[in-house]
Structure formats: structure tokens, C-alpha cells
Design a protein around this ligand. Structure first.
Ligand code: FRU
Length: 424
């Protein structure tokens, strides 16, 4: 391991720990780290499809990029089935919740475009049916490579297995809209190795997905973040003193939290094109704290590395909890040490009165945070809910040192470009 990484001039890292003590500081409903209430009368982007994870087109430095004045987003997308007998309840009514909950199994990558950074127009599928090698096209990142419009789409090919892959195509613009051409040859990059990152054989509930490639602002090399779990057989992980952290008397019992083993993975490219990758030890682990650190991504600001990742209430371990939302950590150098933002890690959570209102937050370098609407209560008791499957209002956030503050709310799905590229 050491020899390999040194070959690429990379210092092998010690993962930073998100400890149980850190997580004990999580406070839902702190207004500075809580997403404003989403109203149940939200507009729906498109009534034929559900959309969830949203991936703005960007460059390798993280800047959200438009092309010839067109903003472009990619989304995980699945058809809605209002007339499919499979999704009708006993009374013949459409059971949208069941349809929505089944979406992961038929997730496909779609794209949308806009002149205004909102009110997205439907583009279509990025890859034709049959191009992607597995059933599910899960989250990743579209990278605009140059002013010829070349795009590398990194994503996760899931079921069977979970492989980080990439496919190259091109974005083409006209006065009237945007199309994606190419995207015909999917290249497998890597899978979990079982030594640093848990495999399906070690744990049927393993996570290995959501590639986020980037150029390190300091060393200029090409790296990639991804979601993983710490390698080892399910149940074999130890939640020791380091994972527990400095807890008050009476908080030493970790229950069954050894089953929670999330980590933020990192890999370094051996070539300039990003076709050949070497996995490195995780940047951050959450053993004993949480089982999922999804869609990890960076904001590079004030010479610091702001690492963001989304997580759920249901994936926390025994004795610790927090809202669905985005969590963050900051370091002075790429390989850490990372400390939790706001003391706890919580950056933007759902309010406890609407715990599933939004998810899959993506923090952009301009401080705007996009997410999708999951489900919003339509009555006082929270028993009736309206399913979203559409863009949530964008939240504006300030990042200052080791703290973050919610400061603004914008329109649904507002993802303005940070720079525009004129295609040649
Ligand atoms: C986040 C997520 C991603 C995954 C996708 C699957 O919402 O769980 O981690 O790639 O959704 O639908």
C-alpha cells in the first residue's frame, strides 16, 4: 500500500474519524443548520418521471459550468407508473409511495437544460438502453472536459455488483436546446477491494458508489471521492476508544453500532485522463456512528478542504442520531485531519416536523445547496404525505472557518452557473 501510493507522490493517510462524541453534538432544528420548511404545494418538474440525486455539470475544479449559456444538470430518474396495475392499491388508486420507494431499482441517468438555472427542460436519457452494463445507473458526476464540449460522466453501475465506471460523450448546443451525443462505451474503473473498502461478499448491505472526481487545488493531481464502507466482515468491526471519542460518563455503551461502518473513500488517477485509478485508504470513517456517507464532495474555499456528504437518520448507530441531510468536515490539507463542521458535522438537516422533506444535498462552491423533495406532510399528524420526486428549493449557506450558516432560500431547483464555456 505504502509503496504504491508513494509512487504517485501521495502521502498515505490516516483516516479521520467522525466519532460518537462528535455525533452526540448533533442538534436537529438548530435554525442555522436546518433547511427551511418545504411547503406541500411544491411544483413538480415533470409528471412522467421521478427525479432525485441532481448532478450539475461542472469542471474538474468543482465550478458549476454552463455551455453557450445553457445550464445542464444530470439526475437519477425513474418513470412514474400511475396506471400500472402493480402500483394500484385495493381501491384502484395509484400507490405513489410504493412506486417512489421502488425507484432505485430502475434508476437511469437523464439530463435537463435551462437558460435561467431553473425551470429545467427535459433532455432525455444520457445513455441509450443497453449501453450501461447493469440494471441501475446510480449517482456520479458529469465533468465538462474542454471547450469542444467533451464530457466524462462518472457514475456507478449497480446490480449485479457496484462498479465505478465512466462514459465519454459530448454536449451539443443549439439556440433551442442541448443534446448529449456519444456516451456509448462504458469503461469500468474499479470496485471495492475487501481490504480497505467492504465488498458485497463481506456485507450484503455494503455501499460502494457515487464517484466525485476533482483536481486537487494544491498538488494539481486528479483524485476521486466515493462512498464506501470500511472493509471487513459485517459485525467484525470494533467500536473502540478512538471511535467513541470523549464522551460523558454514561455514554460508553455502543450497543450494536459495530454494524455502522460508513467511510468516504478516495482514489488517485495514475494517468491524466482518469482511465486508471488507485484506491487509497478512506479520508474519513464513521465506524460506530453511521452506515452511509453518500455522495461525498468538496468545496475548496479559503485554502481549506470542505468535505460534504449526505446521510440519514435510519443509518445512525445505536445511541446516536441526527436528521437526514448533509454533513461536513474541514481540513487544511487533502488528507486531513478533518474536523466536523459546527462541532457535530451537521450542516443542513431536515426539520424534525418534516423529517423526509428533502435529501441528497449537494453543496456548490458558491454556497448554494441543491436537493430533491422526498415527501412532505400534508396534515398536522404527518400521517399523510405528498411524494416529491422533484427539485427542492435551493438553500444559500455561508461557510466560515469551522462553521456554516443558512442565510437564504431560493427558487425550486435553482442551480446557477458559476462560469460559462463557449463551445468551439
Ligand atoms: C442518494 C443515493 C446515492 C445512490 C442513489 C441510488 O440519494 O442513495 O447514494 O447513488 O441514491 O438511487
Amino acid at each position: 500500500m505504502k509503496a504504491n501510493t508513494e509512487k504517485f507522490g501521495v502521502t498515505p493517510n490516516q483516516p479521520s474519524l467522525w466519532t460518537r462524541a462528535d455525533a452526540l453534538k448533533v442538534r436537529a432544528d438548530d435554525p442555522t443548520t436546518t433547511q427551511p420548511l418545504v411547503s406541500a404545494d411544491f411544483p413538480v418538474l415533470n409528471n412522467d418521471v421521478f427525479i432525485w440525486d441532481t448532478m450539475p455539470l461542472r469542471d474538474l475544479d468543482g465550478n458549476v459550468t454552463s455551455v453557450d449559456g445553457w445550464s445542464v444538470i444530470f439526475t437519477l430518474t425513474a418513470d412514474r407508473h400511475p396506471n400500472d396495475p402493480q402500483y394500484l392499491d385495493e381501491d384502484g388508486n395509484y400507490d405513489i409511495l410504493r412506486d417512489w420507494n421502488d425507484r432505485h431499482g430502475r434508476a437511469k441517468m437523464y439530463y435537463w437544460f435551462s437558460r435561467t438555472g431553473k425551470n429545467w427542460e427535459f433532455g432525455g436519457r444520457v445513455m441509450a438502453e443497453g449501453v450501461s452494463p447493469t440494471a441501475r445507473e446510480w449517482a456520479g458526476t458529469p465533468i465538462l472536459l474542454n471547450d469542444r464540449g467533451e464530457v466524462d460522466l462518472y457514475y456507478t453501475a449497480v446490480t449485479p455488483g457496484a462498479t465505478i465506471v465512466k462514459v465519454r460523450g459530448r454536449v451539443v448546443t443549439t439556440e433551442h436546446g442541448v443534446s448529449m451525443v456519444g456516451f456509448e462505451k462504458v469503461k469500468p474503473l474499479f470496485e471495492a477491494d475487501g481490504k480497505m473498502y467492504q465488498t458485497e461478499a463481506q456485507n450484503a448491505f455494503w455501499g460502494f458508489r457515487d464517484p466525485w472526481p476533482f483536481r486537487d487545488p494544491n498538488d494539481g493531481k486528479l483524485y476521486m471521492l466515493f462512498e464506501g464502507n470500511v472493509a471487513g466482515e459485517r459485525g467484525s468491526h470494533k467500536v473502540g476508544e478512538a471511535e467513541i471519542g470523549d464522551v460523558p460518563p454514561g455514554y460508553e455503551d455502543v450497543g450494536n453500532s459495530r454494524y455502522q461502518t460508513a467511510c468516504v473513500g478516495i482514489a488517485v488517477a495514475r494517468d491524466a485522463d482518469g482511465d486508471d485509478w488507485e484506491m487509497l485508504p478512506p479520508l474519513l470513517t464513521a465506524v460506530g456512528v453511521n452506515d452511509q456517507t453518500e455522495r461525498p464532495h468538496f468545496v475548496f474555499q479559503d485554502g481549506k478542504y470542505y468535505l460534504f456528504t449526505i446521510s440519514h437518520t435510519f443509518t445512525y448507530g445505536d445511541g446516536v442520531t441526527g436528521p437526514d441531510g448533509v454533513y461536513g468536515f474541514v481540513a487544511d490539507s487533502l488528507f486531513g485531519p478533518y474536523v466536523p463542521l459546527n462541532g457535530s458535522g451537521l450542516v443542513l438537516g431536515n426539520p424534525s416536523s418534516q423529517p423526509f422533506q428533502t435529501y441528497s444535498h449537494y453543496v456548490m462552491p458558491n454556497g448554494l445547496v441543491t436537493s430533491f423533495i422526498d415527501s412532505v406532510p400534508t396534515d398536522e399528524t404527518g400521517t399523510q404525505n405528498r411524494v416529491g420526486g422533484t427539485e427542492a428549493p435551493t438553500v444559500g449557506m455561508k461557510i466560515k472557518g469551522q462553521q456554516t450558516f443558512v442565510v437564504a432560500e431560493y427558487d425550486y431547483g435553482y442551480i446557477p452557473p458559476m462560469l460559462d464555456v463557449t463551445l468551439k
